[in-house]
Design a protein around this ligand. Structure first.
Ligand code: BGC
Length: 368
């Protein structure tokens, strides 16, 4: 547990430094009372807590289901944890049902962050507290708090890893790259992309990097539903149009592991050499690929930490106390700045994998 504890301490101590990418000077402030209005009253210690998760688009969500069920039960609550695999209307219905069943807190990992206003406003109407988990909820006042790994910083780390990987594996530049972004309905996809482009755009401008397809805007490079098959299709087209006559593809910015593997499938099928490619989530297949020298990097966002922080916040609301907040600046949801508790993501390559995963039995086994 040492690493875990150290990580948590580090979070508090150097949060401001580590999160400098999205510029904030007030990371350690306590929340505004307006940010957690429903905290004052508290609620019964055995209350129902609703957790609305999106689709199983990556392993972290599957892990969260189990951790929320176990952790909330252990804390004395009655959890209702649900995925919405068929999409937004299902998630809307699930949240309404949680409210009807008397949930005192709704934890929501939104499929589409801007489609839940009506249901969350109804939740607030019953006095429930709303926590946006991992993904921000947009365009509504009905969200008390956001708990996530710093998404912008994830993108910054990905952009830096791509440059580092290119220098290490692809000789001297300039280099040819392609860009990938996540699903446009997921509020995280934009900060991931903007964080990465804050690093890459200056290198595109000074011609160190060339995006050969010319696809550089978020809309052009987004991947609906975070689906590997969608990015694979896009790359099949890009590769045959731009890279079939010997032009080398040196690197690819990928926002997560699932999409990185989709890109690599397309590259392999085209018979091209493996480019330097980034990822996120530390999924088992991608960690194996990193150890085998294929995928260059991923990001570690320990789901155990994220769920633990969320349950800690639920416990604070239960007692009528204010939850811990370390950012009151970065996450504007369109109608308000949502008080946030942000955790620090870590970049992982073949070189530091054993060290970073030391406290994670599943992943550390892959590094031996
Ligand atoms: C999460 C990522 C994940 C993606 C797809 C995002 O909102 O933050 O960790 O890769 O969803 O599931």
């Amino acid at each position: 547990m040492k690493k875990f504890a150290t990580a948590l301490i580090t979070l508090g101590a150097v949060g401001a430094l580590a999160l400098a990418g999205c510029s904030s000077s007030d990371r350690s402030e306590t929340p505004e009372s307006s940010g957690s209005g429903s905290a004052a009253a508290g609620f019964p210690a055995d209350a129902t807590i609703g957790v609305a998760l999106p689709q199983k688009t990556s392993e972290n969500w599957v892990l969260a289901e189990q951790l929320f069920n176990d952790g909330l039960k252990e804390a004395g609550f009655k959890p209702i944890v649900q995925f919405a695999n068929s999409g937004v209307p299902e998630q809307q219905n699930q949240i309404s049902a949680m409210v009807e069943q008397g949930a005192k807190v709704i934890v929501v990992g939104a499929i589409d962050g801007s489609q839940l206003g009506t249901q969350l406003e109804a939740a607030k109407g019953t006095g429930a507290t709303v926590i946006a988990y991992d993904r921000l909820v947009k365009n509504t006042e009905a969200v008390d708090q956001y708990i996530a790994f710093d998404n912008y910083q994830v993108g910054v780390l990905q952009g830096k890893a791509l440059l580092e990987g290119l220098a290490k594996r692809q000789g001297a530049g300039p280099w040819n790259i392609e860009l990938v972004a996540g699903s446009p309905d997921d509020a995280n996809a934009t900060p991931f992309f903007e964080g990465a482009m804050s690093v890459l755009q200056p290198k595109i401008d000074d011609k160190t990097l060339t995006v050969v397809s010319g696809q550089t805007t978020f809309d052009a490079v987004a991947t609906q539903g975070w689906k590997a098959e969608n990015v694979q299709k896009r790359f099949d087209t890009i590769l045959s149009a731009n890279y079939s006559a010997g032009t080398p593809l040196h690197g690819v910015l990928s926002p997560n592991d699932t999409l990185a593997r989709g890109v690599l499938t397309s590259v392999k099928q085209a018979g091209l050499p493996t480019p330097v490619i980034t990822g996120q989530d530390s999924e088992v297949e991608s960690v194996k690929s990193i150890m085998a020298g294929e995928q260059y990097s991923t990001i570690y966002k320990d789901t155990r930490e994220l769920v633990a922080a969320t349950i800690k916040a639920v416990q604070a609301y239960q007692k009528g106390e204010k939850p811990e907040i370390n950012d009151t600046k970065s996450y504007d949801n369109g109608v308000k700045i949502v008080p946030s508790y942000l955790l620090t993501p870590v970049v992982v390559t073949q070189e530091n994998a054993a060290e970073i995963y030391a406290n994670d039995p599943t992943l550390s086994a892959l590094t031996k």
